[in-house]
Design a protein around this ligand. Structure first.
Ligand SMILES: [Zn+2]
Ligand SMILES: [Zn+2]
Ligand SMILES: [Zn+2]
Length: 178
């Protein structure tokens, strides 16, 4: 809500008369009414143009800039996911319930019943992505496409690498024994 006595200020760039508030102008202690001479739209356009010209003149730093922004985009995605985790999970549950025989539904059920195992898998995946944990070939046959196997899920980064076939075989042996 604007107070009826909010002063108007004319942007020196686009000439629009706008309320002299931080909704329309960036704060500036030296400026008239404590805001900058140019409106936010004009400042943004100016910054964009500056960035475009800078990138054109500095193609070598452009790649770094893109890299940094790419990370920012990823970071944003992660934050979005954290913030909306509940609704994302709710949607997933709804889909599973709609078709309880789907592979997704059985996986979701398994995930819900095995939170410790899920957490361990996620930690392994993160550590591998970060380069803190190196993937090895299958310790039985040397197959390249190995999966992390946990002897003890409470030590999530203490894993052995087994290909799909040997991983399944190992768990079957465990089940026989247990
Ligand atoms: Zn303007
Ligand atoms: Zn193997
Ligand atoms: Zn396993």
């Amino acid at each position: 809500m604007l107070a009826h006595d909010t002063p108007l200020k004319r942007c020196t760039k686009c000439g629009r008369e706008l309320p002299a508030t931080t909704d329309f102008f960036r704060r500036s202690s030296g400026g008239l009414h404590g805001v900058q001479a140019r409106c936010i739209d004009c400042t943004r356009a100016h910054n964009r143009e500056y960035q475009r010209r800078y990138n054109a003149e500095h193609p070598e730093t452009n790649a770094e800039w893109r890299e940094r922004n790419h990370n920012k985009v990823l970071e944003k995605g992660r934050r979005y996911h954290a913030k909306h985790r509940e609704s994302i999970n709710a949607r997933r549950r709804a889909r599973s319930q709609a078709d309880p025989s789907s592979p997704r539904a059985s996986r979701d059920l398994w995930n819900e019943q095995n939170p410790e195992k899920v957490a361990a898998y996620l930690m392994v995946r993160k550590a591998v992505n970060r380069g803190e944990l190196i993937k090895h070939p299958c310790e039985v046959c040397g197959g390249e496409k190995a999966e992390a196997h946990h002897d003890d899920y409470s030590r999530p980064l203490d894993v052995r690498w087994l290909c799909r076939a040997h991983h399944v075989a190992h768990h079957m042996k465990e089940a026989d024994r247990g």
